[in-house]
Design a protein around this ligand. Structure first.
Ligand SMILES: [Zn+2]
Length: 286
């Protein structure tokens, strides 16, 4: 499932083609993805210029010249790809949406959205506050709003396991299973640790919580630099694969030796809220 670094990779790949480009034509090959396309989807997009592309959490947002915005979530297997308008698309499977684009320099492009599992969706919204997908999201993990002091306020008196708390998009937006497992290993925190245990008696963040914030930021920045992680079929806007999966220390490494210096333990896997957590029982003591 694409997480923040993968969505950021898609955004950066699309930007050179789509920024200031005009949407000439939209073709829907079905009436729904995870949800129905909103009423008037095509007419609200055709003829609009894309003023800017943005990311919020795991959402891609295209700001349009009429003041509205196209929102897209890639779900489990959604991909945007830029094609030459003359390209043969007959062999492309699960092609659900097609945009004919005229770039600012007059060059035509075709943008396609493919999604085998159809967990992705698209919507149109006027403002973030009125968008049901965006209005409750927590701070961006790479922004200033995500810091140990802010986490103390959210975590005080709660006993939620840290793993679940970081996956809750209301606490921090854009993290998923992979990068949470990796960040917890780096911060040496067991995934089942209750969040209130990461707060000192005088209501200040303990050292591990400070380390965790840094670990989250570092891992996301490194993953973005690597073009994200390609586990199943994720790719960037021009088809390139991410390679951060080669840098995982714990995710999917059950039974493998821990990478930490002077640690001889073996990575273990437990299930939390139906999802796998990978951790080192020696580096991340319960
Ligand atoms: Zn270890």
């Amino acid at each position: 499932m694409p997480e923040l670094p993968e969505v950021e990779t898609v955004l950066r790949g699309l930007e050179p083609y789509l920024k200031a480009a005009t949407i000439k034509k939209v073709t829907l090959n079905r009436k729904n993805l995870r949800f129905d396309f909103p009423r008037g989807f095509i007419s609200q997009l055709e003829g609009q210029q894309i003023i800017a592309l943005n990311r919020r959490a795991k959402y891609l947002i295209f700001n349009l010249s009429n003041g509205s915005n196209l929102l897209s979530h890639l779900g489990m297997s959604g991909n945007f790809t830029i094609l030459d308008p003359k390209a043969d698309k007959s062999g492309i499977k699960h092609l659900h949406v097609e945009f004919s684009i005229l770039a600012e320099n007059g060059e035509p492009h075709t943008l396609i959205y493919t999604d085998p599992r159809r967990f992705g969706f698209m919507d149109i919204f006027s403002s973030e506050e009125n968008c049901k997908f965006l209005c409750d999201l927590g701070p961006e993990p790479l922004g200033n709003g995500f810091n140990a002091i802010a986490l103390v306020k959210i975590f005080a008196k709660k006993r939620t396991p840290i793993k679940s708390a970081l996956l809750d998009q209301k606490n921090v937006a854009g993290l998923g299973n992979i990068y949470v497992c990796e960040a917890l290993w780096r911060a040496k925190i067991h995934p089942r640790t209750p969040v209130n245990k990461l707060i000192d008696e005088n209501n200040t963040p303990d050292e591990r919580l400070e380390k965790l914030v840094q670990a989250v930021r570092n891992i996301l920045q490194k993953a973005i630099k690597a073009g994200g992680s390609t586990l199943n079929d994720f790719h960037g806007a021009t088809g390139q694969q991410g390679y951060f999966q080669h840098s995982f220390d714990v995710y999917g490494k059950e039974g493998k030796p821990c990478n930490a210096q002077n640690c001889t333990a073996i990575i273990e896997r437990i299930t939390q809220a139906g999802r796998s957590s990978f951790f080192c029982p020696n580096c991340q003591k319960a």
